[in-house]
Write a protein that binds this ligand. Sequence first.
Ligand SMILES: *[C@@H]1O[C@H](CO)[C@@H](O)[C@H](O)[C@H]1NC(C)=O
Ligand SMILES: *[C@@H]1O[C@H](CO)[C@@H](O)[C@H](O)[C@H]1NC(C)=O
Ligand SMILES: *[C@@H]1O[C@H](CO)[C@@H](O)[C@H](O)[C@H]1NC(C)=O
Length: 315
Amino acid sequence: MKFSLPAISIAIIGLLSHAVAAYPNPGAVSGSIDVHDPTICRDSSGKWFLFATAPGISIRTSTDRINWSYVGTVWSSGQATWTNTYTGTSNGNLWAPDCTYKSGTFYLYYSASSFGSNKSAIFFAKSTTGLPGSWSNLGLVTSTTTSNNYNAIDPNLIIDGSNWWLSLGSWWTGIKLIQLNPSTGKPSGSTVYSIAQRTAANGAIEAPIIVKNGSYYYLFTSWDICCQGTSSTYNIRVGRSTSITGPYVDKSGVKLTSGGGTLVLAKHDAVYGPGGQHVYKDTDAWVIDYHYYTSSGSKLGINLLDFSSGWPVAY
Ligand SMILES: *[C@@H]1O[C@H](CO)[C@@H](O)[C@H](O)[C@H]1NC(C)=O
Ligand SMILES: *[C@@H]1O[C@H](CO)[C@@H](O)[C@H](O)[C@H]1NC(C)=O
Ligand SMILES: *[C@@H]1O[C@H](CO)[C@@H](O)[C@H](O)[C@H]1NC(C)=O
């Protein structure tokens, strides 16, 4: 804007931003909770599984969604050789896994890249038990090279009726959506939809998650900077659309492709840089799981989400 807001408007904006800045503390968790980019899914017996960024992808389980036990990794040390060309090493960190449990099968998408690189790939795996040693490598889903203007990391599967879609993306031109063939879990065509983009903050948007509640699809993303300890500025944003391919808009009606995004969680108290989130519908409520930093590292955060106002509110 080229003009100055009157002081009274600034005071009102100040009050409003103060009013929306009250975030809940993460719910109680215990056990093995030092995670990054967590994703939670639940098998038919009701047991919770949490996958997170690690060499081989870490697996934790819980019988109450509070107390988590580390049980091992999806791939044993050095096993995921197909990721080496993207991580630039052997047994490198595999990033931001995304799990979905459906009809007796765990589906896992995950990414391989290195910091700041657009040479990246998303891979697919499945298992019937979710445990170490049980996973089949279903190979490459999509990848980007230095000539792509987007980055193939941070996958999220949404099964929408009989349709499968994968959102992905990080920085560059933002968040993309591609349709998958449900029988292979791989792209069904070559169309790449653009669903969110920022030009502010060097385009710092990543970690898309799409869920459907009522007549809306909700697209959650992480803005700003991850992975810097208590200097991390990650914060969680949302927009909604009646069509999965968009346009998604925020609460003020700004398109997510034009930098819109309503805050869901941001820094508060001793919770720094909440982000890398995943959202799923559990039997009791919608759940948002994410990581945040404290002075002793990256921790698991779990809150519930209330969509009753039409916009998700963490509690
Ligand atoms: C957490 O779970 C582990 C493994 O089942 C168990 O040994 C431990 O006692 C549990 N801790 C709490 C606080 O429930
Ligand atoms: C991808 O990254 C490389 C290396 O940083 C850069 O030279 C290239 O311009 C990037 N590609 C695009 C399309 O931005
Ligand atoms: C949307 O989520 C709210 C809980 O936040 C729930 O009460 C409502 O039933 C959900 N709507 C649908 C259609 O699932």
